[in-house]
Design a protein around this ligand. Structure first.
Ligand code: ATR
Length: 280
């Protein structure tokens, strides 16, 4: 890596698992950009200090990951529209002397689907499993792309309803046991929960009621083929895994810090897939 170039970071706690350094280093190398992108482990108590002092340490900006996205939202001076509505910040930069925060998760979610199944945005209704921070980014993306009927289904129904109230009309909250009734006219099913990440296959919802044209996507990418995607594929439905969202969400940040808009190519995906397999 060349010395003296622009420096960016991903801050999280822990942060060693983050694949963002591999993604950005790949692009830096591809474009021959003198710069660096490194992981910074920042314990929660140090986040305010880290965000205030990163310019002095030579960084132009960076990404924010778990568990700092909501805290970073509160600490920035300016936010973009996505961050404002999602209530979380994953991308930081300085502009006119002020700390700015954006959220590129919704962009990454939509760009991944655009790449894999471009017809997805014609969906009239979508079911979103989960009502946490990840669901907020997904619902924002669905609304932004004009999907009129978005149904949030969550184990804790109050969280689903609370989340639906953050958005303008067309978003509703439902309990988990309403799923069977909500699936028959759903064009798109999105999982944002950690369901199946720990091998609890029994809790994967029954997909029998989904129409044949439905698209099923998971934002979880460890494992790459989640039990939900496996069940959907077994039924012959179109599936999209969550790795593309991770790759695409990195694009706007790289462009902002290093001045070149990268493209998500199969080679980059292969590098991250190989890393996921190594660490599995
Ligand atoms: P994130 O910010 O990554 O979305 P989160 O805020 O902790 O994380 O949200 C996790 C989501 O996964 C929640 O919707 C959670 O449901 P509850 O609100 O009822 O807790 C959901 N979730 C986690 N484990 C689950 C399980 N075994 N079955 C169903 N939903 C689960």
């Amino acid at each position: 890596m060349a010395e003296g170039g622009r420096k960016a970071f991903v801050c999280g706690h822990p942060v060693a698992h983050s694949r963002s350094p591999m993604i950005h280093s790949h692009w830096l190398q591809q474009f021959g950009v003198a710069g660096s992108y490194t992981a910074q482990d920042v314990a929660p108590g140090y986040l305010p200090n880290f965000l205030a002092s990163f310019p002095e340490r030579g960084f132009v900006g960076g990404n924010v990951t778990i568990p700092h996205k909501e805290a970073a939202f509160a600490l920035v001076a300016q936010r973009d529209e996505a961050a404002e509505l999602i209530g979380a910040v994953n991308t930081l930069w300085r502009q006119e002397g002020a700390l700015h925060g954006g959220n590129t998760d919704a962009y990454g979610f939509a760009a991944n689907l655009d790449e894999k199944v471009s017809c997805w945005a014609k969906s009239r209704s979508a079911v979103v499993l989960g009502a946490g921070g990840a669901a907020r980014a997904v619902v924002f993306a669905l609304q932004q792309r004009g999907i009129a009927d978005v149904r949030i289904v969550n184990r804790t129904v109050e969280r689903a309803r609370d989340l639906s109230y953050r958005f303008r009309g067309g978003v509703t909250g439902h309990p988990w046991d309403a799923l069977a009734d909500l699936l028959p006219d759903a064009d798109l099913l999105v999982n944002t929960t950690s369901l199946g990440m720990h091998g609890e296959d029994a809790t994967v919802p029954n997909l029998e009621n989904l129409p044949e044209h439905a698209i099923v996507t998971d934002i979880v990418y460890v494992p790459l083929q989640t039990p939900l995607l496996a069940a959907a594929a077994a039924r012959g439905l179109k599936t999209v895994d969550g790795l593309g969202m991770l790759l695409h969400q990195a694009v706007p940040g790289f462009e902002r810090w290093f001045g070149i808009r990268p493209t998500v190519m199969p080679e980059l995906r292969s590098i991250i897939v190989a890393d996921l397999e190594t660490r599995a």
